[in-house]
Design a protein around this ligand. Structure first.
Ligand SMILES: Nc1nc2c(ncn2[C@@H]2O[C@H](COP(=O)(O)OP(=O)(O)OP(=O)(O)O)[C@@H](O)[C@H]2O)c(=O)[nH]1
Ligand SMILES: [Mg+2]
Length: 202
């Protein structure tokens, strides 16, 4: 008899346009995705499913956005989807070759208090351009799990799937304290997410 999956969680792929959200979505969900038109708009979004560790994750590939204060139809839909699923796990997808570009949206999402995992995608391109990204430092600063991926080649996808259950809301006050210059002791996460290199060993 097959194992029954009782837990269901919604996961939202959120990020700037062209950062690889759909490529990651396809890797996570496989081929059975359903494309729908968002009611009242011409914007499409895609839903798919991943079963991991006995939990069914309903994953939504949210249209690309630079901000949740919408300036176009895609951003309007992105903001509406985030409002509709306030408890969803947000996979905040950043282009590792242009990290700073995605941080504005990233902080908007983090400020909402959603459980977040930061996905540093396009690590292959970053390596090819000799761009060094200190994922562990980012993880310690933000206090949420950071996972490194290259969606087109499938790098880091299993780590990302396993990490879904560790998504946690960021501690905003902690981020401000750490960003304002803090000792190494205070740059640790309150709860270790076991990713970005430390593998839960510290
Ligand atoms: N080198 C590299 N290219 C990638 C990676 N992930 C995605 N791409 C490429 O980046 C481009 C954009 O990828 P998409 O998955 O369409 O990006 P998106 O975030 O869904 O874009 P929008 O839906 O427009 O917001 C495509 O040409 C992908 O093949 C990656 O990890 N490495
Ligand atoms: Mg897309």
């Amino acid at each position: 008899m097959s194992k029954k999956h009782t837990n269901t969680r919604t996961v939202l792929m959120v990020g700037n346009p062209n950062v690889g959200k759909s490529a990651l979505f396809n890797r996570l969900t496989g081929s059975e995705a359903v494309v729908s038109n968002y009611p009242g708009t011409t914007v499409d979004f895609t839903k798919g499913t991943l079963v991991e560790d006995g939990t069914t994750y309903e994953i939504i590939d949210v249209p690309g956005a630079y901000s949740l204060e919408p300036r176009d139809a895609a951003e309007e839909v992105a903001a509406q989807i985030l409002n509709k699923y306030p408890k969803a796990v947000v996979l905040l997808v950043l282009d590792a070759t242009r990290l700073e570009r995605g941080l504005y949206l990233g902080f908007e999402v983090i400020e909402r208090g959603a459980p977040v995992i930061v996905v540093l995608n396009m690590m292959d391109a970053a390596r090819a351009k000799s761009i060094k990204v200190d994922a562990r430092r980012l993880q310690n600063l933000l206090g949420v799990p950071v996972v490194q991926t290259s969606a087109t080649v499938g790098e880091g996808i299993k780590d990302l799937a396993r990490m879904l259950r560790k998504a946690q809301p960021a501690d905003i006050d902690g981020i401000v304290t750490r960003a304002n210059g803090s000792s190494p002791e205070t740059t640790r996460m309150s709860k270790c997410a076991g990713c970005a290199g430390c593998r839960g060993s510290d």
